[in-house]
Each structure stands twice: as C-alpha cells, then as structure tokens.
Design a protein around this ligand. Structure first.
Ligand SMILES: *[C@@H]1O[C@H](CO)[C@@H](O)[C@H](O)[C@H]1NC(C)=O
Ligand SMILES: *[C@@H]1O[C@H](CO)[C@@H](O)[C@H](O)[C@H]1NC(C)=O
Ligand SMILES: *[C@@H]1O[C@H](CO)[C@@H](O)[C@H](O)[C@H]1NC(C)=O
Ligand SMILES: *[C@@H]1O[C@H](CO)[C@@H](O)[C@H](O)[C@H]1NC(C)=O
Ligand SMILES: *[C@@H]1O[C@H](CO)[C@@H](O)[C@H](O)[C@H]1NC(C)=O
Length: 462
C-alpha cells in the first residue's frame, strides 16, 4: 500500500520555509542550462539512483527496492519500485540511453506475477489498486517508449491491458459511494473500507494510456466515467480543481479527507492529457487546463515543487510522500508533449523547479547526494526510517525525474509516438517552450492557491 495517504492526522501549516542563511554552500555538480548539461546531469543521477537498487545483484529479487517495512528489510513499499522503473523508462525515452533497459525489463517482468497482471502473491498482504496500477503504468510506459518486449512473454502493452482489465472487473466496483475503486484490493487488508483518489486517478490515467495505445474506446469510456465519479463524490473540487485524498465507504465517502498530495493532482493532469490528445475534445481540454493550472499553483509556490500537506514540517513527509515530486514533474513534462498548448505555462516552471532541485545535491560522501527541501536551496540529510537503508531513493528519483523531464520537446512528440523512443529528439531542447499556446492561463486559480499556501491547514482529518 502507498502508506499513510489516508492517515494524515494532524493539520499542518504549510508555510514555505525561508531560505536559510547559508554560510558557504557547497556547489552542486549538476547543471541544467543546456541540453548537453542536462544529459550529463541525468546520466550521473541515473547512475547514483541505480546504486540504491539491489534487484540485479545475485540472490536479490528483481524489481523491488529494499523493503517492505513490515518485514524489516528496508523502508520501501512495492509501489515505489514501480515508480522507480517508470523513471528509468522515461530516462530511456527522453535521453535514448539504453544502459538500464535490461535491468528495468527484468524487474518489470519478474513482478508481474503468474498471471501477468501485477497481482504477485508476494504483495497480497498490502496490495492496493494504486500499487497494482503504478506497476501497470510502468508497463504501458515501457510499451510507449519502445522498450523491447521479452521473448516468449506477453508484450508490455498486453501486460498493462491485462492489469487494467482486472481493475475494471465488476468485483472491484461495488455500489458504495455510487461506484469507484477501493484503496485496497483484498477485503482483509487494512484500508479496504477507503475509496481514494490515488487508486481512481491512476486507473483513469492507465485507461487513457491503454486507450491511446490500443485505440479501444472501452478504455476511453473508463477514463471519462472515472473523472465524473471523482467529481460527483467530491474528490475533485470543480470550483477550484483542488484534489482531495478520499473517503470511507461506511460514510458513503462523505467524510472527505481534504489532504492534497501532488501525485493525485498530477495523475489527473496525465489522464486528461492523454484523453485530450486522442479526442481533441474541448471538455477534456478544459479539464486539462484547469487541473494543470491548479497543480502548478498548489504544488509549485515560487515555481519550486513543494509537497503541500507535509513539507512545511521537517520530516513530516513519509517515505512515500518523499517520492511524489519526481512523479509530478514527469507527468507535467509528458503532458506538454501530449498537449503542446500547455508548454508555455508549464515548462518554465519545471525548469525553475529543477534548478532549485539540483542545488540540493551537495550531500553525502560523494558530495552530490540530493535533498528533499528544494525551496530551501541546500542539502538536508534524508530522515532514516527504520534501521536498514537506503533512505534516499525518493530524493534521488525526484531529481533525476525533474532533470530528465527538461528534455521533453513538445514540438516533436511524446509518449506513445508510434515510432517508439524519441532517440532522435535533438530539437531545440529545453529552451524550446513550444508553440505559443492559447490555453493555460497560469493564474486562473491563483486566488485559491494564495489561500492554500498562506493559511495551510485547509484539510480535515480522516
Ligand atoms: C539555451 O539558452 C541559453 C541562454 O539563452 C543558451 O546559453 C544555451 O546555449 C541554450 N541552449 C540550447 C540547447 O539552445
Ligand atoms: C517472493 O518472496 C520470497 C521471499 O522474500 C522470495 O524468495 C521470492 O523470490 C519472491 N518471489 C517473487 C516471484 O518475487
Ligand atoms: C476493447 O476492450 C474490451 C475490454 O477489454 C473488450 O471486451 C473488447 O473486445 C475490445 N474491443 C476491441 C475492438 O478490441
Ligand atoms: C452516496 O453518495 C453519492 C454521491 O457520491 C450519492 O449520489 C448517493 O445518493 C449517496 N447515497 C446515499 C445512500 O446517501
Ligand atoms: C498528441 O501527442 C502528439 C505527441 O505524442 C503530438 O504530436 C500531437 O500534437 C498531440 N495532439 C494534440 C491534439 O495535441
């Protein structure tokens, strides 16, 4: 399970931390000024992150990060390794560097489980729809990026579609709260009584991606129906496009936990971008514009990524939440390729946020480990969780994701381009902000954001 999304208990005041009065800050080795700098930084960051993975070592299980916490083998739940794989799939897609493809393919395939649906028996005790969906999203990403299929096994696209079909099965959709997926899959799991945004928004986005890849309208309908459900149940607030965490079935989901995590908002950006891309529908364009604006406004104060519900208090973001920024960066970057009209509003923010991110990479023995508090502009050692590390996968993954994301090129196409990876993506690079769009007014929801950032504490406890 993606731990604790449902268990944010204390109201936090999300006041952006002031820049500490630095004495002599070390200089980060990572530059992102030119395309060449970005490629070089991404390469080193990819090496550093991979050094934290053991799944390719003798005797280790392919596809998992040290964990789960429940058996004291490390701090990482299963889902985070799925996000890790996606980060390398995007790395391949955007840089053309296939160094890690073998490791990624091995991990992706190992974890599918016996039915090629990302329901591996080893994970049953804590498997949620969000976890299964995170892995299935890596599989469709692999298909989009042209990661070679494994001989004698189903293709990446088939695996993603199989997983999606299990999620679409009527047994996953009961009548409580008028539909929607629950958080957990097995009824015996803690959290089975919770219906939440991350499960449903990931499902929506996965369906939109599989729809685009296969052209099957059934999946496009799933995306549309799921958006409507999220609005009706009040998890997407149509007034301001804030996205809330979830609610309990025993209350017909009316006890909405108003914690706002960047990953939920970003998943909806991604889903809407894929739907807009394949339909050119103005309903999807409108949703996409508004959810993107709200995501930038809520989670990028001063244009630097900030994990709203927890970052204002030192060590309050748990090990899951410490990985959300990178995912948010990747989805926003990909959206500018799927919906180039977003580029003008989004890319300059991602650039500035990434510049802040790399400034934190001055830590550890290497002198280039990255921190989490990007708006503080300096390295802060990641909090240890339990006794066995590493503890900085999220921190490293975030910065790699942000840096590689600067390579998107809205002018030459993006995910699911039929020719596979954009290895020949030698366009104008990060300086290219795409065609001047008529859309993305960044300040449409600005007033609301000022409230969120200024006052914080707007969410209630579950
Ligand atoms: C981007 O712009 C900067 C400053 O304007 C310039 O120095 C750099 O060469 C440009 N990079 C690319 C890839 O065009
Ligand atoms: C399941 O977990 C066990 C115990 O950690 C491990 O030996 C086995 O390789 C795992 N199976 C798979 C398919 O990952
Ligand atoms: C589309 O997907 C649905 C659900 O998996 C399937 O039943 C249907 O046959 C598919 N349609 C086409 C045209 O492949
Ligand atoms: C439960 O909530 C939904 C909205 O999510 C509403 O349409 C439905 O009428 C409610 N059911 C009951 C029994 O209150
Ligand atoms: C859909 O995405 C492709 C890149 O994958 C892009 O070239 C195309 O312009 C997009 N379509 C729309 C309607 O924006």
């Amino acid at each position: 399970m993606i731990a604790s999304l449902a268990s944010v208990r204390s109201a936090a005041v999300a006041v952006p931390l002031l820049l500490a009065g630095l004495t002599s800050a070390a200089e980060s080795p990572f530059k992102v000024d030119s395309r060449e700098d970005i490629l070089k930084s991404a390469k080193t960051l990819a090496e550093d992150l991979m050094a934290l993975y053991e799944g390719n070592k003798p005797g280790k299980i392919p596809g998992i990060l040290p964990g789960p916490p429940s058996d004291f083998s490390g701090p990482y739940y299963w889902w985070q390794a799925g996000a890790f794989m996606s980060t390398y799939i995007d790395y391949y897609r955007l840089t053309g560097d296939d160094t890690y493809n073998q490791i990624v393919a091995e991990g992706l395939m190992w974890q599918t489980g016996p039915n090629y649906d990302y329901l591996p028996p080893n994970q049953t005790a804590s498997i949620g729809n969000d976890d299964q969906c995170t892995w299935a999203s890596a599989a469709i990403g692999a298909a989009e990026a042209g990661l070679p299929d494994v001989k004698g096994k189903p293709s990446w696209a088939e695996i993603a579609e199989t997983a999606l079909s299990t999620m679409a099965h009527p047994s996953r959709h009961d009548d409580t709260c008028d539909g929607g997926l629950r958080w957990q899959i097995p009824p015996s799991n803690l959290g089975y009584d919770y219906k939440n945004t991350i499960s449903n928004a990931c499902y929506l986005s996965l369906a939109a991606r599989v729809a685009k890849f296969t052209g099957n309208e059934t999946y496009a309908d799933i995306a549309g129906d799921t958006w409507d459900w999220l609005v009706n149940v009040g998890f997407i607030d149509e007034e301001n496009y804030r996205v809330y965490d979830g609610g309990h079935v025993q209350n017909n989901c009316t006890d909405v936990n108003k914690a706002q995590f960047s990953i939920n908002s970003a998943l909806l950006v991604q889903g809407a971008a894929y739907m807009f891309n394949q339909t050119s529908d103005k309903v999807w364009r409108d949703r996409l514009t508004k959810i993107t604006d709200a995501t930038l406004e809520n989670f990028f104060p001063d244009d630097v990524a900030f994990e709203l519900p927890c970052e204002g208090r030192r060590d309050a973001c748990n090990i899951d939440m410490r990985a959300f920024k990178g995912i948010t960066h990747r989805y926003l970057a990909a959206a500018t390729e799927l919906a180039p009209f977003l580029a003008e509003g989004v890319l300059p923010v991602l650039k500035k946020s990434t510049e802040a991110a790399v400034k934190t990479c001055t830590g550890g023995e290497s002198g280039r480990e990255c921190g989490f508090y990007w708006s503080e502009g300096k390295y802060v050692k990641p909090e240890a969780v339990g006794k066995v590390g590493p503890f900085n996968v999220g921190e490293q993954m975030n910065v790699l994701a942000a840096v590689e994301g600067l390579l998107v090129d809205p002018a030459t196409g993006g995910p699911a381009s039929p020719d596979g990876p954009t290895e020949t993506n030698t366009g104008a690079g990060p300086n290219q902000t795409g065609p001047a769009g008529s859309g993305a007014g960044r300040f449409e929801v600005g007033v609301m954001t000022a409230m969120v950032v200024g006052l914080g504490a707007l969410f209630v406890t579950a």
